[in-house]
Design a protein around this ligand. Sequence first.
Ligand code: OGA
Ligand code: NI
Length: 407
Amino acid sequence: MIDITKFPTIRTLLIFSLSLPFFIFESHPHCPIMSPVPISQINTGHIDDVQELRKAKPTLVPERFVRDATERPTLQSANRFPTACAVLDHDSYEVPIIDFSKLMKVDEDEGSWRAEILKLKRACQDWGFFQVVNHGIDLSLVEGIEEVAKEFFMLPLEEKQRYPMVAGTVQGYGQAFVFSEDQKLDWCNMFALGVEPQFIRNPKLWPKNPPKFSGTVDDYSREVRKLCQNLLNSIAITLGLKEGTFNEMFGVGVQAIRMNYYPPCSRPDLVLGLSPHSDGSALTVLQQGKGSSVGLQILKDTKWVSVQPVPNALVINIGDTLEVVLTNGKYKSVEHRALTHKEKDRLSIVTFYAPSYEVEIGPLPEMVDEINHPCTYRRYNHGEYSKHYVTSKLQGKKTLDFAKIIN
Ligand code: OGA
Ligand code: NI
């Protein structure tokens, strides 16, 4: 049981969801008061730190990590494609690659800009995921963030636990989205921080060690934010909307970063690195660690497909907010999960970009037509969705039921 009196700074206690920052505070001029999950009522039971577990007993996989048979990855999919995909055209199961530099060059080379916009449109429509190359983020930052993340995870447990992820919250070091004693656990250690706007930050959770950690997160996040905003402009164009539609609607976007560290697991066929879920964000930017094992899988036409890391590319996916708002379901927020590997570890650095909490979300009128595309989502306050997301366990696309209009 967690003693809430130990957390007198509940006002500034920040929680943010796997994919959608959310925080608790008493009052803020731009946000309604939101009450957290009653933290004292959450009993998660003992949660093993997977890195420590692996060190102490390399072949042990405690029952709490063993998935039900229906959820387990097959050994084939733990390596590459699910068997069923192997018989299909290989290319059709590669996540599309978008050259970001071409999207930014409308004036110089209209032909190649147009072709890339079309590619982006197809990627959003058919996949909900794509990888961007030539994204313009300095290689030193891409490498730098990986370095500090790795250094952080390699610190002794006691030091990492100075920044604990309190039960029912999703910021700090630990496991997010655990709400009960009997819930299965992911084979993953996480470290998550709210980044922007400033008032969602909890400075106590920003580590002093490694010394370059905070500066690197700030520099990296600034660049990723620009990338998200530019991509949102291009995505608006693919929908025939005015370029600035989403950025204007989102206001000062909420941004969070989460680092996921997946140690090797002696039985990758029994566990999941990260449970299937869709992201609550508008856009997610995921960096796969260099030299990491292949682990990210997306649900494509009912099959789990691995996202093969492309050197220096970033993986982008459409989150729930874009599914609802932008497109009335035309662009999907695709379910994904992470697998582990028998010998190799894996690191991912994930940025979630979402609208400001006070924004009201609902399908854009341009995306609705009563005959062919009736409105399938209700309007809601983004902060409310955020709260709903972080108080639910990860369960595929279930959290979006919050917004679905059921006839
Ligand atoms: C996430 C996520 C997948 C990965 O953090 O939301 O989907 O590969 N991560 O770490
Ligand atoms: Ni995700």
